[in-house]
Ligand binder design. Structure first.
Ligand code: DAH
Length: 341
């Protein structure tokens, strides 16, 4: 009987040594020292022993029980440590790895173009004047000499609001009246940048928003020569010192006379290419002398004051500069496009 006990002890110790996880240790414990484990089953055999054998057997069984218990605890601690080490190793932070750079934002390419435009006009004494995106029909059209049913409104298919006279501005020209009223009776020399909203089906293929930079100069003795000089200087600073400009007669309700300005194509230097459609010229902006009606609506007496105005599209300038062929890319918010600039 005692020999059996020794055998159980030896066997159990051996098994314990090979148990390599807390789960197998748990099973081992159940089978060995548990309530129905091997050691317990041995104690039940005491009845078969003689009275003299019993205390010796009892002592021996208690001894191996204690020893197994101690061995189990030691093994459990060791296995737990190994498991923890493995877990730490698996999910370790490798402090020697190079750091991950935070993603840096950048300026939208249109913002970059706008800032370049501000800088050039800033050098020529123009201040940036901000006016609202949400406008009234009066500022956007009527005071700019577009009467309610004027056909020129057809070119600016507008976004209306639930309020009968409130629209999203279709052009930055709406700010002209606001600027004049703010500066009167001082001379005005401002640029008005910002987003414009209109439904464009033909020229820009379903785009509904784009930016403009408007310019306005009002004062005494301002002539068409000032308009040409200022805008030609602008074109040369933006597109290169040997740019030539030409002015073609045009029509806008708020200017008289009106003109569109072209610059010699900076891609082919006027030779003729796909971008300038083999004309050698690129249309850059609309302009003109401020209409007397508009001057009066701004508070200036047209007998005493004159002025010029212009409006240009940063998207168009950016498209020409980088060879971008779809205006919708600018406001689609596709990072693959935006990150290139
Ligand atoms: N507002 C015009 C447009 O959106 C652009 C423009 C043309 C503005 C001539 C001007 C100007 O100030 O003089 O098409």
């Amino acid at each position: 009987m005692l020999a059996q006990l020794d055998e159980l002890y030896a066997e159990s110790l051996e098994k314990l040594k090979t148990a390599a996880s807390t789960a197998t240790l748990e099973t081992w414990y159940k089978e060995t020292l548990g309530r129905k484990g091997a050691v317990y089953l041995m104690t039940r055999q005491v009845g078969q022993l003689t009275p003299t054998e019993r205390p010796i057997f009892g002592q021996q069984i208690n001894k191996i029980k204690d020893e197994l218990e101690t061995a189990y605890q030691a093994r459990l601690t060791a296995v737990k440590t190994t498991e923890l080490d493995a877990q730490i190793a698996a999910s370790a932070v490798d402090v020697t790895l190079p750091g991950r750079r935070p993603v840096r934002g950048g300026l939208h390419v249109i913002t970059q173009t706008m800032r370049e435009i501000y800088r050039i006009f800033g050098d020529m004494g123009f201040q940036v004047y901000r006016s609202p995106d949400v406008e009234t029909d009066a500022y956007n059209f009527e005071m700019l000499n577009f009467p309610p049913h004027h056909p020129a409104r057809d070119m600016q298919d507008s976004f209306y609001t639930t309020h009968p006279d409130v629209i999203l501005r279709t052009h930055t020209s709406a700010g002209q009246i606001r600027a004049m009223r703010a500066y009167h009776p001082e001379p005005v020399r401002v640029i008005l940048p910002g987003m414009c909203y209109r439904n464009e089906q033909i020229t820009t293929r379903s785009s509904i928003q784009f930016t403009q930079v408007e310019g306005l100069a009002v004062g005494t003795n301002i002539t068409f020569a000032d308009l040409k000089g200022t805008l030609t200087e602008f074109a040369r600073r933006l597109f290169g010192a040997n740019r030539e400009t030409r002015f073609r007669a045009s029509y806008f309700p708020f200017t008289e006379p009106s003109a569109e300005m072209d610059v010699t194509c900076f891609l082919c230097e006027g030779e003729g290419c796909q971008v300038c459609k083999y004309t050698g010229w690129l249309e850059i902006l609309g302009s003109g002398m401020v209409h007397p009606v508009v001057l009066r609506n701004g508070g200036y007496d047209p007998e005493q004051y004159t002025g010029f105005a212009f409006g240009l599209g940063p998207e168009r300038i950016t498209m020409l500069k980088y060879g971008i062929n779809d205006i919708r890319l600018f406001w689609d918010n596709d990072l693959r496009f935006l990150q290139q600039f």
